[in-house]
Write a protein that binds this ligand. Structure first.
Ligand code: 13P
Length: 335
């Protein structure tokens, strides 16, 4: 077993999942504005270290994805943030892309940037304690989108990123996110997601990426958030499994879904059903941002000094998702 494969398995085995706390300052500001807390450096750190020092970090969270600002911060108890995370029994990770920009040659599509100087940045992040990384490509669905150009250019960047990350001794999370925004049906989401993922693996293989040393972070197969098409959670789970079975090579150890705008319960329920029906060799876990943090953030915003209360809410959400990652969740456990 390669070192990278071991790290990937350590992050997502036995129901463990990933806390995506890598919101850029702009996104974090949007989240904090939403609950009327000023987005200061101190407040961003306080909320995040509250999560990072909760007991769920030991029992449920195998890895935390950080933003550049956070990986360099010192907690109020004078702990380096990556040190705090590893002392809790979890692994620190880092988002290394620099965001999605307008894709030249297309209308309203995006290409993710951050390859320039990446090898040098990776070295620094490794020294700071990171053992895995994330890069997100985004694709929208409409009549013409995602275009062939967007599918190819994002796959190419994801593969170049993944190859550099493995060279630096870390596990790349490969995240091609087909967005939920729009009126499209679940069938369209299935087809586009399948095209996107297949192209990603074509490029990953071309760039000689060790597939046993990555984690794939895809969207689930869902109708668009403005779609008339409504499908059951069972159908979401079955379509998602079907899509991944036909597009992901079997060497990949695991898949950690993004929540992408689903409610907390929806994201948990869908993950649970995916695991109840899982007839693949892949570990199916979570790498949630909003679906792990929303309730905790709302509670915290009412009294930012209530660390224990905030942690209780976060611990519950993480526990529910860890049960779901083993197909052991049920609705009555929520109360
Ligand atoms: P959400 O779970 O909120 O979609 O965030 C996951 C993530 O890391 C997106 O890049």
């Amino acid at each position: 077993m390669s070192e990278l494969n071991k790290i990937a398995l350590q992050i997502i085995s036995n129901g463990k999942g990933i806390l995506a706390a890598d919101e850029s300052t702009a996104t974090m500001t949007k989240r904090l504005d939403g609950v009327n807390v000023p987005s200061t450096l101190e407040n961003r750190l306080l909320f995040r270290e509250t999560l990072f020092s909760s007991s769920a970090m030991t029992d449920c969270i195998g890895g935390v994805i950080l933003f550049d600002e956070t990986i360099k911060q010192i907690s109020t108890k004078k702990n380096k943030i990556p040190k705090l995370i590893s002392s809790m029994g979890s692994l620190p990770g880092i988002k290394v892309d620099t965001g999605a920009k307008v894709l030249a040659g297309s209308t309203n599509e995006k290409i993710t940037e951050g390859l320039d100087g990446l090898r040098e940045r990776l070295k620094k992040y490794y020294e700071l304690g990171a053992r895995f990384t994330k890069w997100r490509g985004v694709y929208s669905i409409s009549e013409k989108h995602p275009s062939k150009l967007a599918i190819y250019s994002n796959a190419h960047s994801l593969a170049r990123y993944a190859a550099l990350v493995q060279e630096s001794g870390m596990v790349p999370i490969v995240e091609p996110e087909v967005l939920m925004d729009g009126e499209h049906s679940a069938k369209e989401c299935y087809e586009k997601t399948s095209d996107v993922i297949k192209k990603c693996f074509e490029e990953l293989i071309l760039h000689k990426v060790d597939l046993a040393g990555i984690i794939l972070k895809p969207n689930m197969i869902l109708p668009g958030n403005k779609s008339k098409d409504k499908i059951s959670n069972e159908e979401v789970a079955k379509l998602t499994l079907e899509c991944l079975k036909s597009s992901v090579p079997s060497e990949v150890p695991g898949i950690a879904f993004l929540s992408g705008g689903q409610s907390e319960i929806e994201a948990t329920e869908n993950l649970d059903l995916i695991n109840k029906y899982n007839d693949t060799s892949f570990i199916m876990s979570y790498s949630y941002g909003r679906a792990l943090q929303q309730s905790a953030l709302k509670f915290w915003s009412k009294d930012i000094k209530n660390i224990e209360g905030t942690q209780k809410i976060f611990n519950h959400r993480a526990k529910m998702n860890t049960l779901a990652a083993q197909g052991k969740w049920s609705k009555d456990l929520e109360n």
